[in-house]
Design a protein around this ligand. Structure first.
Ligand SMILES: [Zn+2]
Length: 307
């Protein structure tokens, strides 16, 4: 079967280098084998969605030389599909309402490792359904006491204990917004994505998405997590120290081929930072094992100075 990958930006701002990094990796992955590349806009969290952001991201991708097959998929137009999946899980007895506040969860929950997200302790699992809810409840899924193992094509083998490391996930928030985890796996399965190429910051999402796919009766895709993009000094990119946007590089007079050349070197797809088009890169990568990097990529100063 032909390979199918996707790029899935959130329209919450302009495309930055971290986004371009993932987009290029995903695009080359498919195009070097003549496969399909899809574009999906993850616009469920409407308070954070910016008007025009989608249009600007699409423009910047096109400027870089990246394209996609078929129409752009928008998550905001797919609520019925997510609702139906939630119904399937409900009929399996896996969904329960939860009206715990963030503060209440923080008081009783434990984080599996320092700095990681809290694992919900299951407070509302066995609550009396007849009891009134204090607020519109979120809907959680009962995670089994089960270990999910998977082989990431770039990062290697991982095993996660769903009950201990993940806990019962919110699939629909109290305000009606479907969770990222639910929407993403449903979309990946529905659009027949065969390899999910995305940033290593989403590694922890993978076991729960694999479990959700299987529980919904679908075969999950394979995963390839590209390394994180960090600042020139090796520190994490925070709000204050953000990756330059593609638009800023473009305004500063940089050519798309130069940006792609730097990204290709960083990803391990090229041996130099010679300017190159994505199409030429895909051709150069065809028919060989790719030496993907695993270490975080430090944005070169040449790109920062321009923005
Ligand atoms: Zn609760």
């Amino acid at each position: 079967m032909a390979v199918c990958t996707r790029f899935a930006p959130s329209p919450t701002g302009d495309l930055h280098l971290g986004g371009a990094w993932t987009a290029l990796a995903s695009w080359v992955w498919a195009r070097r084998e003549g496969g399909t590349h899809l574009l999906r806009v993850e616009d469920l969290d409407s308070p954070r969605v910016l008007r025009d952001a989608e249009e600007r991201i699409l423009e910047d991708l096109t400027w870089l030389g990246l394209d996609w097959d078929g129409p752009v998929v928008r998550q905001s137009e797919r609520s019925e599909i997510y609702e139906a999946a939630l119904g399937t899980l409900y009929r399996k007895g896996l969904i329960y309402p939860c009206d715990c506040s963030r503060a209440e969860i923080a008081r009783v929950a434990s984080a599996p490792h320092e700095g990681e997200e809290l694992v919900y302790p299951g407070t509302c699992r066995e609550r009396d359904r007849a009891r009134g809810m204090r607020r519109t409840p979120a809907l959680r899924v009962r995670m089994p006491d089960e270990v999910v193992g998977y082989g990431d094509i770039i990062q290697g083998h991982f095993e996660h204990d769903l009950a201990r490391d993940v806990g019962d996930q919110v699939l629909r928030r109290g305000d009606g917004v479907f969770s990222y985890q639910l929407a993403v796996i449903i979309d990946d399965v529905a659009s027949h994505v065969s390899v999910v190429v995305r940033g290593a910051d989403l590694l922890a999402s993978t076991p729960r998405q694999i479990w959700l796919a299987r529980t919904l009766g679908a075969e999950p895709p394979r995963y390839a997590h590209v390394p994180l993009v960090v600042g020139p000094d090796g520190t994490r990119l925070e709000k204050r120290n953000r990756a330059p946007t593609v638009r800023a590089l473009r305004k500063a007079g940089m050519s798309p081929e130069r940006v792609v050349g730097e990204l290709a070197l960083g990803l391990g797809l090229a041996e130099t930072n010679e300017p190159i088009t994505p199409a030429a890169l895909a051709k150069a990568c065809a028919g060989r094992e790719l030496p993907w990097r695993k270490e975080p990529w430090r944005i070169p100063l040449s790109l920062v100075a321009h923005s």
